[in-house]
Write a protein that binds this ligand. Structure first.
Ligand code: SAM
Length: 265
């Protein structure tokens, strides 16, 4: 059982345990203790609704100011397009990039418990590099920074406000191997760095994801890579146009991701 300053007997069995943690202002030392504890990232129940609520509690416990940042962007987008939606607002204010402005925050991001499951399945070794392509607020970096402290992480993200907020939390928690970088993945001059694992959750339009997968293919000619794909677009594009990626694990039921591997000789 985890010992925190406020709660000497902290358990993670029900959502109410997380609610309790959210209801007080935790010390930084307590936040750091929490993220070192795998059960903190484990959903109390394996269903999608609980998984999202659990992630929402974690965001609040860690002090992310997500709602405010997203609402500011929605307000800006509404000025341009009062009758728009999460399909059109992002491209409107971000030069065509599909940044999903106005989308529910728990749909925008992968639940923490699913990220934990992915990282455990990958059996990553210390010092292996992980990259999230379209990282939003960088949840993957939070799980890595708490539990896989020897693994460097870069999350590329178009929206600077999301990057700044994620980096603020990383800095507060003292992560020195995790960073978010403001970057348009579709930019002509962007060169994708080499990594052991790439994570893609439907970050943009079909041609954007296809472009990124082609960049990963070039890297896979030099070294083995793994690609974790979440969301129907990315998996469909891989299935149709990227046979060089070999399916290693296919998530079933409420596991919305698949794992692929490649080393093109
Ligand atoms: C569906 S979210 C996934 C977030 C995160 N990977 C996760 O799973 O929690 C996709 C993210 O990609 C970002 N994105 C979209 N187009 C992009 C581009 N051209 N370059 C960089 N990021 C982009 C969006 O702003 C959004 O935050």
């Amino acid at each position: 059982m985890l010992q925190l300053d406020f709660f000497p007997r902290t358990e993670f069995k029900a959502l109410s345990d997380f609610q309790k943690l959210e209801s007080v202002t935790l010390s930084l030392a307590d936040k750091k203790r929490l993220i070192n504890y795998p059960d903190f990232f484990q959903t109390p129940k394996a269903n999608d609704v609980i998984r999202r609520q659990h992630s929402n509690h974690i965001d609040k416990i860690l002090g992310f100011r997500l709602k405010y940042i997203e609402e500011m962007m929605v307000a800006e987008a509404r000025n341009f397009e009062p009758d728009g939606s999460h399909e059109s607002w992002g491209p409107k204010i971000h030069k065509g990039a599909q940044t999903w402005v106005g989308l529910d925050l728990q749909t925008l991001q992968t639940p923490y418990s699913e990220i934990l499951r992915i990282l455990q399945l990958l059996k990553i070794k210390p010092y292996q590099q992980i990259i999230d392509l379209g990282a939003a607020y960088g949840r993957m970096g939070i799980v890595l920074g708490g539990l896989f402290i020897k693994n460097p992480f870069i999350g590329f993200e178009y929206v600077k406000a999301r990057v700044d907020e994620g980096n603020r939390i990383y800095k507060e928690l003292g992560f020195n191997r995790c960073q978010l970088v403001t970057q348009d993945l579709f930019a002509q001059n962007f060169e994708l760095p080499e990594a052991d694992v790439y994570f893609i959750y439907d970050y943009g339009q079909v041609e954007h994801i296809d472009h990124t997968l082609k960049q990963i293919a070039l890297i896979a000619k030099k070294r083995p890579v793994k690609v974790v794909a979440r969301g129907k677009f990315t998996k469909k594009i891989i299935g149709q146009y990227h046979p060089w990626l070999e399916l290693k694990y296919e998530g079933k039921l409420e596991e919305f991701f698949s794992v692929y591997a490649a080393y093109i000789n």
